[in-house]
Design a protein around this ligand. Structure first.
Ligand SMILES: Cc1cc2nc3c(=O)[nH]c(=O)nc-3n(C[C@H](O)[C@H](O)[C@H](O)COP(=O)(O)O)c2cc1C
Length: 177
């Protein structure tokens, strides 16, 4: 796992190569295997490869989402907010597990934040996307994960550059390392 974590970097530029359905399936299974509070599994995952929809989703934020327009495929991470009060945590865990499985499948991925963000017209991005994707009442969109083959490998995370001072031992003022 550490090896994959060192390798994983956000990827925002993809080749045109179509992502094989088996790879998408594998990524989705990682999300579906995610732990959740009280095992409520409040998430829903929507696979989106419709170019028009991806283009529209890419416009759901002023900054930070434009690259979705050129992503071969994306997965919207949606929560049933009535199922649990920890849907943010549950969805975040599922999202990062899908990103890690993407890495394992030699795909690049990037998280696009939706929750608590707004469109350039100040409409909540979640409302904008819910409308576009016919998501019913009682659901929220936490994020959209872009997926595809990496156009370029980025440099690995540097294991010698970890913020080890953020780890304490028995007392907040005692360093662990
Ligand atoms: C909760 C969360 C929200 C993020 N939102 C965005 C986003 O909206 N757009 C974007 O391009 N990247 C987004 N990212 C990716 C981060 O910018 C990225 O993970 C961070 O800069 C570290 O870079 P790395 O992933 O290459 O290690 C998000 C990541 C997380 C975990």
């Amino acid at each position: 796992m550490i090896e994959e974590l060192i390798k994983r970097r956000s990827c925002r530029k993809f080749t045109d190569k179509t992502v094989e359905p088996e790879k998408i399936e594998s990524v989705l299974k990682a999300g579906l295997l995610a732990p959740s509070g009280k095992n409520k599994r409040p998430w829903e995952f929507m696979v989106i490869d419709n170019r028009e929809k991806l283009e529209k989703i890419s416009k759901g934020r002023e900054h930070g989402s434009a690259f979705l327009a050129d992503a071969p495929v994306a997965i919207a991470v949606i929560a049933n907010t009535e199922a649990t009060d920890v849907w943010v945590e549950d969805c975040s865990i599922a999202a990062i597990l899908m990103q890690m499985e993407a890495e394992k499948q030699e795909l690049g991925s990037c998280w696009v934040q939706v929750r608590n963000r707004v469109t350039p017209d100040n409409v909540p991005t979640s409302e904008y996307i819910k409308d576009l994707l016919s998501i019913p009442l009682g659901y929220e969109v936490e994020c959209v994960i872009a997926l595809g083959y990496k156009l370029k490998e980025r440099s690995n995370n540097n294991p010698d550059d970890l913020l080890i001072e953020k780890v304490s031992y028995n007392n907040f003022s005692n360093s662990y390392f």
